[in-house]
Design a protein around this ligand. Structure first.
Ligand SMILES: Cc1cc2nc3c(=O)[nH]c(=O)nc-3n(C[C@H](O)[C@H](O)[C@H](O)COP(=O)(O)OP(=O)(O)OC[C@H]3O[C@@H](n4cnc5c(N)ncnc54)[C@H](O)[C@@H]3O)c2cc1C
Length: 398
């Protein structure tokens, strides 16, 4: 991996040194291509470093099609089949990257996320790949070649290549270098864009719930959360700002502004039946605390007299308890937005990109990979696998 050389003509220029761009560089480099990767950030792979709670959940054993969202539900299948999680694991194993399965097939680095970035650097190291950080692309012109004007420290210079791969990611976490630049390039070459919104993102309170429920901050409850026939079962975490936790992040991909969610805080039992099995002499508060933390019981059931005996509950009260526990209708005030979102939904419309090669159907030798495209995975390593699979495929075709 050269950090700087003097020649400015490349077989392939990749804009964006994130997961997709670095993998595209590896893939093209293994074909003997002379590659330049340009990133405006001062370091490569920043999102890899902050991913998976510091351990980078880099793929999943169960990469299945229903784990991805896109307006075109067939688009991502070819790339995921051309470079699978098993192909990635072969490379990971070959390079001795220690990893483990946390749960549900999710594969994490054993130690830290930087180990994964080191693995990617090691893949690229022997190849004719040059990486220029702190470098902006100020202009792209297409003649016979792609001619790019690059800028470093306010000094501009030109470079050219026969093919161009756009790997600039989405809009989430602007402080890590996210920009809408890839969308601008897409527009320049006549690509339609789909509306973007934050995904895998916590919800914020509406005013009414905030007053009552922000006191639950720090409480986690295993739950099932549902909308539009999609359900996710995992912890829900109450925060000062709203709801977070894995189930909430997952369902946020399916939620639209103004909609309500249905939450079940006791998916394993029917509360009214479970209460019928308890000692009828005990107080309601005492038995509810067998199911949930003290703070949750105090706040969630505040309109009930928790000192009353279970036996005294009327049918109407039992019905009300079932509704409160199994069908809480939560209308978020909104989401925390791109500031904390893990991904961006929408983006470059896949209909105008070849699913087999990831080449633009509008402009020969132009490719789009990773999150800039309208492909979004579930939480659990699915987004990185898409970045690697799509980067690999473009690198094989550029
Ligand atoms: C906090 C967090 C944790 C995550 N954890 C996981 C996880 O554990 N597992 C998982 O599968 N997914 C995770 N994700 C999602 C995952 O990081 C992304 O899906 C993935 O990084 C997308 O890869 P990409 O290469 O397309 O984009 P990015 O990784 O975003 O890379 C884009 C690159 O382009 C550069 N760039 C942007 N604009 C320009 C420009 N104008 N000029 C030059 N360069 C530019 C950026 O600086 C960046 O380096 C997480 C995301 C976040 C935010």
């Amino acid at each position: 991996m050269n950090i700087q050389n003097n020649s400015n003509n490349f077989d392939c220029i990749i804009i964006g040194a994130g997961a997709a761009g670095l993998f595209a560089a590896y893939s093209a480099g293994t074909r003997g291509k002379k590659v330049l990767v340009v990133d405006h950030a001062n370091k490569i792979g920043k999102k890899i470093l902050m991913s998976g709670g510091g351990r980078c959940n880099f793929t999943n054993y169960y990469i299945e099609h229903d784990r991805y969202l896109s307006k075109n539900p067939h688009f991502f299948k070819s790339a995921l089949a051309q470079f699978t999680q098993w192909n990635l694991l072969d490379l990971v194993t070959e390079h001795g990257l220690e990893h483990y399965e946390k749960e549900l097939g999710q594969l994490f680095c054993q130690h830290k996320s930087s180990d994964f970035l080191d693995f990617l650097k090691a893949l690229i190291q022997p190849l004719d790949v040059e990486i220029r950080t702190s470098t902006s692309v100020t202009k792209i012109q297409k003649n016979k070649l792609f001619n790019l004007t690059l800028s470093v420290n306010d000094k501009t210079y030109s470079t050219s290549s026969s093919s161009l791969i756009v790997a600039t990611g989405g809009l989430s976490i602007p402080t890590m270098g996210a920009t809408g630049f890839g969308y601008e390039v897409a527009k320049q070459f006549g690509h339609p864009l789909l509306p973007t919104r934050a995904g895998l993102v916590p919800f914020t309170w509406n005013n009414k719930d905030k007053e009552r429920l922000s006191a639950l901050s720090g409480t986690a409850i295993p739950s099932v959360i549902s909308i539009h026939n999609q359900s996710f079962s995992h912890q829900i975490l109450f925060t000062h700002r709203g709801l977070s936790g894995p189930a909430v992040l997952q369902i946020s991909n399916y939620w639209n502004e103004g909609e309500s969610l249905d939450i079940d805080f006791l998916p394993e039992h029917r509360l009214s039946q479970w209460l019928a099995d308890q000692s009828s002499q005990k107080s309601l508060g005492t038995v509810l605390k067998l199911l949930w933390p003290n703070k949750f019981v105090q706040i969630w059931f505040d309109q009930f007299d928790l000192t009353m005996q279970v036996a005294q509950l009327s049918n109407a009260q039992l019905h009300e308890l079932d509704q409160m526990v199994h069908h809480w209708v939560f209308k978020p005030g909104g989401t925390e937005g791109y500031r904390t979102a893990e991904v961006t939904l929408g983006g470059v419309d896949c209909d105008e990109v070849s699913s087999k090669t990831l080449e633009s159907k509008k402009q020969a030798n132009l490719y789009f990979v990773g999150e800039v495209l309208d492909v979004t995975g579930h939480l659990g390593g699915f987004n990185f696998q898409w970045a690697f699979s799509s980067g690999f495929v473009a690198g094989q075709n550029c």
